[in-house]
Structure formats: C-alpha cells, structure tokens
Design a protein around this ligand. Structure first.
Ligand code: ATR
Length: 277
C-alpha cells in the first residue's frame, strides 16, 4: 500500500519539501507519496484525526502549526520540547509522535560542509531570537561551546531565549552585534534579514577574523550579502539551503525506513527551483 506523507501549512504553496521528498522517493523507487496540503488553523485538529486514523504515515508541519501541533500529539521529542515547536510527525504503535529536526538539520549541514568545525569553535554569535534561533541554540548547546552570545532587535525576546536555555548562552545588546563579530568563531544569522524582499542584515564585518564560520539560514537568495562579504574577508560561508535539505532526512527515514542522502544532485535541483523563483 502506498505510504502517504504530507506537509501541512497555511499558506503552503511555496514549500520546497515536496521537491526534496519527491526526489528521494524516486531515487529509492519507493511506493510512497508526499503531498502539499493547505490546512487552516481551525482545521488542524480534524487533520490530526485523519493522521491518527491511518490515512498517512506522517509528515511535516510548518507555519502556522508548529506550536499548535505539539499540543495535539502523544509523544514530543526532547528537541521539540526544548525548541517549543514540532516540524515532523509520525505514527508509532498507535501513538502520534513529533520531533523538531531543525537543530539536527543545522548540525548535519555544518558537519557535512565544515568537518572538524568544533575543533576551532568555542564562541558563537547568534543573531535573532525567534523559532529558528531556538533550534540553532539548542543545536550549539548540545555540542558544548564555551559561549553563545545572542543578540536580537527586541531585547526581551533575547533575554527570554537565554533564560530558557541557560549557560553558556548570554544575551547581549543588539547595538553590540558588530562589536561581537571579532570575538566569534561562528556567526549564525537566524533572522529573516537578507532574505529576498527584506532589508539586508547590515552586520559590520570589519573585525571578522579569517577562518571564522559565517552561517546564514536564509536560502533565498542562495548567497546573501552577509555570505558574500564574509567570504571576501576570508571567512567560511555556510548557506541555508543545506539546513533545509538536512532537516528533511530524519522524517524521510522514519516514514519510509530508508536514510536518504543529501547529494549534490538534490542540491542542484533545489538551486534551480530557488534561482527560478
Ligand atoms: P523564525 O521562526 O523564522 O525565527 P520569528 O520567530 O518571527 O521567525 O523570528 C524572526 C526573527 O527575525 C526575530 O529574531 C526578529 O527580531 P524581533 O524579535 O526583534 O522581531 C528578526 N527580525 C525580523 N525582521 C527584523 C528587522 N527588520 N530587524 C531586526 N530583526 C528582525
């Protein structure tokens, strides 16, 4: 029987997840599907009932359902609980389980593109304090850094994030962000700044040390102004597309029982889609 999976959100037309999972399904010759389904917030409980009844084996959850879904399932992974959102659902022995794979995706991409990065990264600067920032600090904290400085335009949100995760996180002033650049071995932009249609991040990289890793989770455009400037100054640029690809791996593995690979060919397909957007 065809194993059906989904990505639900509202709106959902622009999700690139069907392209990722569709490619893997074809590559492995599996009898499965991955459908984009628009679910309005009021319809989420009814959709979850359909999932429980066996219509689907699982799927992804995106905006605006990532928090609401957590309350409707039976098992929430430690990562999802800490991050405060689920993005991957599956059924297991009559129970409905949820995980957040963004942290694993962030680390998976960093590990794949900059092997050994942890040998020279002790201090990180995380820009932003939203949902994506929570996944990134959860990931970084799990790798045991000495210091994770968090800056956010709205300082209350940075303080709340730091209070939730504790040491080695430190909330710093938004106005100090450029001054913190020279101290950081790893800089991560988790805000939407630099995305197509948004203002640039405008981080001053004058004190950036060559060899610093600069990771932007924005992937439209593929190379943001931040990454272009970072590379010009001898930093190692890590783009956001890899995180999107790697966060999809654990879900596919659960639904279809095959651990898929993030290959250059898959990446190239996504790049064509993004450049053409
Ligand atoms: P996500 O789940 O993608 O992280 P979010 O929770 O809405 O989305 O968080 C967006 C992040 O981008 C926040 O850190 C936000 O800063 P505020 O908390 O101050 O709003 C940041 N952001 C968005 N637009 C911004 C702007 N123009 N200047 C500075 N930060 C901005």
């Amino acid at each position: 029987m065809t194993r059906r999976c989904f990505v639900i959100g509202h709106p959902i037309a622009h999700s690139r997840s069907p392209l990722i999972h569709g490619t893997w399904l074809a590559d492995h010759g599996l009898d499965g599907s991955y459908e984009r389904i628009d679910v309005a917030p009021a319809d989420l409980p009814a959709f979850i009932t359909r999932l429980r009844a066996g219509e689907f084996v699982g799927g992804n959850v995106t905006v605006p359902h990532k928090q609401a879904a957590e309350a409707l399932i039976d098992e929430v992974s430690e990562a999802a609980r800490a991050i405060g959102a689920v993005n991957t659902l599956w059924r297991e022995g009559g129970r409905l389980c949820g995980d957040n794979t963004d942290a694993a995706g962030f680390l998976g991409h960093l590990d794949a593109t900059t092997p050994g990065w942890l040998d020279h990264v002790r201090t990180a600067l995380v820009i932003g304090a939203g949902g994506a920032a929570r996944a990134v600090v959860y990931a970084l904290k799990s790798r045991g850094l000495d210091r994770i400085a968090v800056v956010n335009r709205n300082p209350a949100r940075a303080a709340e994030l730091v209070a939730a995760f504790g040491a080695p996180l430190q909330a710093m002033d938004w106005s100090a962000r450029s001054a913190l650049v020279g101290e950081a071995d790893l800089i991560v932009n988790t805000t939407s700044l630099g995305m197509k249609g948004q203002p640039p991040l405008g981080l001053d990289l004058a004190t950036l040390r060559p060899g610093t890793i600069v990771d932007d989770i924005v992937y439209v455009p593929l190379k943001t102004d931040l990454l272009v400037e970072a590379e010009r100054r001898g930093a190692i640029a890590v783009d956001g597309l890899g995180m999107l690809l790697h966060q999809a791996v654990p879900g596919f593995a659960r639904w279809f029982g095959v651990v898929p690979e993030v290959t250059p060919a898959l990446r190239a397909r996504l790049e064509v889609d993004i450049v053409g957007a």
